[in-house]
Ligand binder design. Structure first.
Ligand SMILES: Nc1ncnc2c1ncn2[C@@H]1O[C@H](COP(=O)(O)OP(=O)(O)O)[C@@H](O)[C@H]1O
Ligand SMILES: [Mg+2]
Length: 257
């Protein structure tokens, strides 16, 4: 085991600001995220949750006007340093979006595609990766007899778990989930929440949610954002019972947002 894996903090942000052109969307964020924990990002729409989340695996690189200042380290590595390999970073820091986006391929291929692309060609090993990833995403039992069917034949909730399985297949350390259940029915939402709670044993999870009950149920730490600023970052139990800030109190009691 290397020294870094003994460290409690896996993601550390220091004075992180994110701009779209001249406009600052996220301001001076300082945050330490603990390994093998679930952290929830909450706050009204447009407050910068997705922007900050996307900066943690450089998804913002895809937006030409976007600029990130300050420092973000993952496992001690400055992810914005010029010698960081972005594909490698996104392998370590996987991401799942609000709308399930499976490939137009079979269930099996959705999982096998990236590992094969990265050099895993042995059929039996690929089968193992597919099964293990689907098991970890709590989807195996539902799809094991239909692996060759199109991923698009799955329900929305199953597609979202498939996307989580696809991320898991790359053996990430961190999983970033941006409102993964907001397009799903209550039962599928519950399955995603249960999944998040089991996955934290192996992965560090950061989940954006507009559902405060969901944040309270699944996370150990909650970060509340307002107009691009981190208003409060606290233990979830404290945040939802006796928050330190008046604005947090107002938000969680439903007075705005
Ligand atoms: N691709 C983009 N180009 C320009 N502005 C953006 C882009 N994405 C987000 N923004 C702006 O950044 C701010 C934060 O947005 P976002 O991170 O999506 O918030 P949230 O996820 O909390 O709803 C908003 O004002 C939004 O309009
Ligand atoms: Mg968002």
């Amino acid at each position: 085991m290397t020294v870094s894996t003994l460290e409690e903090t896996i993601i550390r942000t220091r004075d992180v600001s994110v701009y779209y052109g001249e406009k600052r969307a996220v301001s001076n964020i300082n945050m330490d995220i603990k390994r093998n924990s679930v952290t929830a990002f909450i706050g009204p729409s447009g407050c910068g949750k997705s922007t900050l989340l996307r900066s943690m695996n450089r998804m913002n690189d895809l937006v030409p006007s976007c600029r990130v200042t300050g420092s973000i380290t993952v496992d001690g590595t400055d992810i914005n340093s010029p010698n960081v390999n972005i594909e490698g970073l996104r392998q370590v820091v996987g991401m799942v979006f609000q709308r399930a986006n499976p490939f137009f391929k079979s269930i099996y291929e959705n999982i096998a595609f990236a590992p094969r692309f990265h050099g895993l060609t042995d059929k039996r090993k690929l089968d193992e990766v597919v099964e293990e990833s689907l098991r970890k995403a709590a989807l195996w039992d539902e799809v094991k007899d239909r692996l060759r069917e199109s991923a698009l034949s799955l329900s929305g909730g199953q597609q979202q778990r498939l996307c989580i399985a696809r991320a898991i297949a790359m053996q990430p350390t961190v999983l970033l989930l941006d409102e993964p259940a907001s397009a799903l029915d209550p039962i599928s939402t519950m399955k995603i929440e249960e999944l998040v709670m089991t996955l934290k044993d192996e992965y560090t999870i950061v989940i954006v949610t507009h559902n405060l009950h969901q944040a309270a149920r699944v996370s150990e730490k909650t970060a509340f954002f307002l107009l691009g600023e981190l208003v409060e970052y606290n233990d979830t139990s404290k945040m939802f019972t006796s928050p330190d800030h008046e604005k947090t109190e107002a938000y969680i009691s439903g007075r705005f947002g």
